[in-house]
Design a protein around this ligand. Structure first.
Ligand SMILES: Cc1ncc(COP(=O)(O)O)c(C=O)c1O
Length: 412
């Protein structure tokens, strides 16, 4: 059979305007070092699925129980992705349909707490995620949400979590964060949840790849439900995924479809299958070990140069820098870094006196540069540039070094 995938030429001929935007993004990624902790560079094989004809296919329902004909390929792909997810994480069930991490959280919370149910999660300002009950997220509107924070050392205060859970009696307790660099004690969270007959939801959107590789502890088998994104450390296509204990899998599945979503994005599910296949290979463990090693090294180097690191270091791929003892804000350093060719993001630090669009912190992450092949020697160079930028040096002085690093370490 002659099946021709759309070629870039076809796009360039038909719609040069969009083609030139895509080219610009390609150039941007080639010439920028991504230190945004939630981003990565997936493989060409994963990317290929996104432009496949699967994008044309409706497959509402689940394998063998679809509401449309012609779903045999969608069935095969979804079964493969589910099987690989269960094998990789040692999970009893997997739903690979969530369109994003936020969708996965809303779907899991609606399944377990129900509308107007009670939830407890980490506050955004302390390192949690919007979808853990922030007032501006639907999770803060649909549910009666209470939030816990971190202590003066930047660590989750389990006594505060226990107290809040005893008081609020949530249907679901959430463990996980977006800018939390330390391992969570999932068993302690489970014990707190069980005491109040709450479900435990572990959101491993950030460390999913590290969890899969056994580089950080896994909540699978401890938490009732584990949600994640597939595009961060897991290095897959953009999307979400939910692992659940067998006895609640049905509830989760019907909350995803028909509860919250219509047709699944089959091309994204194919990308998830490819990424999960890659994650099952021994090289993936090696990659994740280097992601963590690089992050620990980055934190040490920055601290040695006098920068303050929230919680004093990292257990994963995230380094959260507290800029309050310097002259600059998170927004200023973000802008300077971008001018030097480093993509980073401003981020609130615990007890941050500045507003969210300014902040007093910088969140750095090593997944993308480690994918480009960075080791500790290159991390030293990056750390030294960041320190210089915080001290107010001209970003233009570093643009050439960053370009050389990019050229020496091409994208996959
Ligand atoms: C902990 C956590 N959960 C959920 C999400 C949401 O993922 P998405 O952006 O795919 O909705 C994020 C994204 O950064 C996250 O960090």
């Amino acid at each position: 059979m002659n099946s021709v995938e759309p070629q870039p030429d076809q796009l360039r001929d038909q719609d040069p305007e969009v083609a030139s935007w895509l080219q610009r993004e390609d150039n941007r990624q080639h010439t920028t070092l991504t230190l945004i902790a939630s981003e990565n560079h997936c493989s060409a094989a994963v990317r290929a699925t996104g432009s496949s004809r699967l994008t044309d296919k409706y497959a509402e329902g689940y394998p063998s129980k679809r509401y449309y004909g012609g779903c045999e390929v969608a069935d095969g792909i979804e079964e493969l992705a589910r099987a690989r997810a269960m094998e990789l994480f040692g999970a009893e069930s997997a739903n690979v349909q969530p369109h994003s991490g936020t969708s996965a959280n809303v779907e899991a919370l609606l399944a377990l707490a129900g509308p107007n149910g009670r939830i407890v999660g980490m506050a955004l300002k302390d390192g949690g995620h919007l979808s853990h009950g922030h007032p501006r997220s639907h999770t803060g509107m649909l549910f009666d949400a209470k939030q816990y924070g971190v202590d003066d050392n930047g660590r989750v205060d389990l006594d505060q979590v226990r107290e809040l859970v005893r008081e609020h009696r949530p249907h679901v307790l959430i463990a996980g964060g977006s800018s939390y660099a330390r391992n969570l004690d999932y068993q302690a969270f489970a014990d707190i949840a069980r005491e109040s007959e709450a479900f435990l939801l572990a959101d491993i959107a950030h460390p999913a790849g590290l969890v899969a590789a056994g580089v950080v502890p896994s909540p699978v088998g401890i938490a009732d439900v584990v949600t994640m994104t597939t595009h961060k450390t897991l290095r897959g296509p953009r999307g979400g995924m939910i692992l659940a204990k067998a006895d609640i899998a049905k509830k989760i599945n019907s909350s995803v479809f028909p509860g919250s979503q219509g047709g699944p994005l089959v091309q994204q599910i194919a990308g998830k299958a490819v990424a999960l296949g890659e994650a099952l290979q021994p090289e993936f463990r090696d990659y994740q070990r280097r992601v963590k090693e690089n992050a620990v090294h980055l934190a040490d180097r920055l601290a040695t140069a006098g920068l303050q690191i929230v919680s004093g270091g990292t257990d994963n791929h995230i380094v959260l820098v507290d800029l309050r003892s310097t002259d600059c804000t998170g927004a200023e350093v973000e802008e300077r870094a971008l001018a030097a060719g480093l993509a980073v993001n401003k981020n609130a630090v615990p007890n941050d006196p500045r507003p969210p669009m300014v902040t007093s912190g910088l969140r750095l992450g090593t997944p993308a540069v480690t994918t480009r092949g960075f080791g500790t020697a290159e991390i030293d160079q990056i750390a030294d540039i960041i320190v210089a930028l915080v001290r107010g040096e001209n970003p233009e002085n570093y643009r050439a070094t960053v370009r050389e690093l990019c050229e020496a370490h091409p994208l996959p």
